[in-house]
Design a protein around this ligand. Structure first.
Ligand SMILES: Nc1ncnc2c1ncn2[C@@H]1O[C@H](COP(=O)(O)OP(=O)(O)OP(=O)(O)O)[C@@H](O)[C@H]1O
Ligand SMILES: O=C(O)C1=C[C@@H](O)[C@@H](O)[C@H](O)C1
Ligand SMILES: [Mg+2]
Length: 168
């Protein structure tokens, strides 16, 4: 893959975007960005503060962060879990990047994520299953490639790195 092309990770909250994204960036010698952190920095507000105004207010900020990130080159981005809710974000990212869906089962997500600390999951474990059903088609349709996250992290990283080297 062209090393200027951005690597964009999408997937459920808790699917491993930040952890695997950071590790992949390190392996490839690229810079890593967490889109949620960019939103907080650009807006000068926390994610709960933005959601407290409205979800639309947060989603508008997310589009601005997508635009900012898509102007960079050769980076790895962990998107927010709901980035696919606005198809505009995917159009923006695809201009300069390739989109990878990190697919982790809801069973694995609930088994090791502290749902109480994730805003959209604060309503408990059932929310993970509901969100997965609600969003799975959006993730699959938005992605250029799917990376199953169903084995130890180092093995998933090996698959990811191999795929990146294979694709144009
Ligand atoms: N293959 C795996 N094996 C073991 N643990 C994993 C695996 N993939 C992810 N995890 C763990 O799952 C947890 C959630 O991962 P992470 O925070 O990277 O998810 P995320 O997609 O960035 O979530 P969010 O959208 O909420 O930011 C972390 O504790 C991470 O170490
Ligand atoms: O899944 C979602 O809709 C979200 C996930 C987080 O990464 C944040 O982007 C925010 O809490 C919304
Ligand atoms: Mg994250």
């Amino acid at each position: 893959m062209n090393n200027k092309q951005n690597i964009i990770l999408i997937g459920m909250p808790g699917c491993g975007k930040s952890t695997l994204g950071k590790a992949l960036a390190k392996r490839l010698g690229r810079d890593f960005y967490d889109a949620d952190d960019v939103i907080v920095e650009q807006e000068g507000k926390t994610i709960p503060e933005l959601f407290a105004s409205s979800e639309d207010c947060f989603r508008d900020a997310e589009v601005r962060a997508s635009q900012f990130l898509a102007h960079k080159s050769g980076i790895v981005v962990a998107c927010g879990g709901g980035v696919v809710k606005r198809s505009e974000n995917m159009d923006i990212f695809k201009k300069t990047g390739t989109v990878f869906f990190l697919d982790r089962s809801p069973d694995d997500i609930v088994s090791d994520v502290d749902v109480s600390t994730r805003p959209l999951l604060k309503d408990g474990k059932q929310k993970v299953y509901d969100l997965y059903d609600e969003r799975i088609d959006l993730y699959r349709n938005a992605a250029d490639y799917c990376i199953p996250n169903n084995k130890p992290m180092e093995a998933v990283l090996d698959d990811f790195e191999k795929l990146i080297k294979e694709i144009d």
